[in-house]
Design a protein around this ligand. Structure first.
Ligand SMILES: [Zn+2]
Length: 392
């Protein structure tokens, strides 16, 4: 006989106690499998069909897909089970021990965002499959904080999940339907070293990079004049020159110079197109200099997300929270869920100011409102005849 899950506070304690750091640095990287297995046991105990989907490339990483009810449409409640690495010295209490002080629940992953998954289990505790006209899917992913390999594995497998999704990333319980994308590119110029006393002894990569910097700043201006979206606090795509290194000595011609840039495109802009434009421009800028230039993506990039404000998930989220849906500056797994045919709203109990910080916390007075909100969302998308909408 499957076991009923423990009470909410114990679930939160257990989720926080299981380490699930993910990091591009292998020294910090851990799996999330123990977290999804625990969630899987709880949801199995509530009658959900539980599937653990391994994530290619790591035996310790997996997604959880837990389904109650059946049908073509339905609602997906989604969250990632990994956390960022932590800096022990910044924490007042053990990051893996949920501790309540002054109405706040401290712990790594309280705000961003393992608590959300515990709140989801609490919200579905009394649900029965027979009550559902459309399926309810609980999705707990791996690796959101590093490579998004969990979300990518879902897209790769073309795993159909549902028609609407709520991702419980920290938004202070206000719906979000828009975010920018992120890409980070390295640009390397290769020249030839030589004694500085005679320029003909070498070919300066640094001088080539100077041309490239000028060109990139001119390109930024062009791109920003063509792409404006007033729904964002920073209404244009940004391009930051974040890192540069070149040369080794004042008296040697610089043979190698490397620049790292960060671009945050608006919805409607395509990462591959931007990369293509840069890849065309840069060799042209160097012209006949004889210098070579190459580009490399520092991470695969995250696309921007936009869910139309007329979508039922946006409308219902606005109604239930009494807040107008807005844009945020951070990225989510939303674009991947969109690729799988879902309309996505980001809506969760934490505040982004507490994410990725020592002494991360979730305010205790967010718990019950979140459970209530989740129950209302489930009612609207899985139970009410009038609101149940099928996939086109
Ligand atoms: Zn997060």
């Amino acid at each position: 006989m499957p076991q009923q899950p423990p009470g909410l506070m114990q679930m939160l304690e257990e989720l926080i106690a299981i380490p699930s750091v993910s990091s591009v640095n292998p020294a910090f990287d851990q799996g999330n499998r123990a977290v999804v297995e625990r969630l899987g046991e709880w949801l199995h105990g509530l009658g959900f069909a539980v599937e653990i989907q391994p994530v290619p490339g790591s035996a310790d990483k997996a997604n959880l897909i837990a389904t109650l009810g059946r049908g073509e449409g339905g609602l997906v409640l989604a969250g990632h089970t990994d956390t960022v690495p932590y800096d022990d010295s910044g924490w007042t209490s053990d990051p893996f021990v949920l501790s309540e002080r002054d109405g706040r629940l401290y712990g790594l992953g309280t705000c961003d965002m393992k608590s959300f998954l515990g709140l989801v289990v609490e919200a579905v505790r009394d649900l029965r499959a027979e009550d559902l006209k459309q399926p309810l899917v609980i999705l707990a992913t791996a690796d959101e904080e590093s490579g998004m390999t969990g979300a990518k594995a879902l897209v790769e497998a073309e795993r159909r999940l549902g028609r609407y999704a709520v991702i419980g990333e920290p938004t202070g319980l206000q719906p979000v339907h828009l975010h920018k994308g992120v890409m980070m590119e390295a640009i390397r110029v290769r020249g030839r070293s030589g004694h500085s006393s005679d320029p003909s002894f070498g070919n300066s990569a640094l001088e080539g990079m100077h041309r490239i910097l000028n060109d990139i700043l001119a390109w930024r201006q062009q791109v920003q004049s063509r792409n404006v979206d007033r729904r964002f606090d920073v209404p244009v795509p940004t391009l930051n020159l974040g890192y540069i290194h070149g040369g080794d000595n004042p008296n040697r011609i610089c043979a190698h110079c490397e620049l790292h840039i960060d671009i945050r495109p608006l919805p409607g802009m395509n990462l591959d197109e931007l990369r293509g434009l840069l890849a065309q421009r840069l060799p042209r800028v160097l012209g006949e200099t004889g210098l070579a230039v190459e580009m490399e993506s520092l991470f695969p990039g995250l696309p921007p997300m936009e869910t139309p404000s007329g979508s039922p998930i946006v409308q219902v989220a606005e109604q239930l929270t009494g807040s107008e849906s807005r844009a945020v500056a951070f990225g989510t797994e939303g674009p991947y869920l969109r690729d799988l045919g879902m309309d996505v709203v980001v809506l969760g109990p934490g505040d982004i100011a507490q994410a990725h910080q020592p002494d991360e916390y979730l305010a205790a007075d967010r718990l019950q409102p979140t459970v209530d909100l989740l129950r209302r969302l489930i009612r609207r998308f899985c139970m009410d005849e009038a609101e149940v909408r099928h996939a086109p």
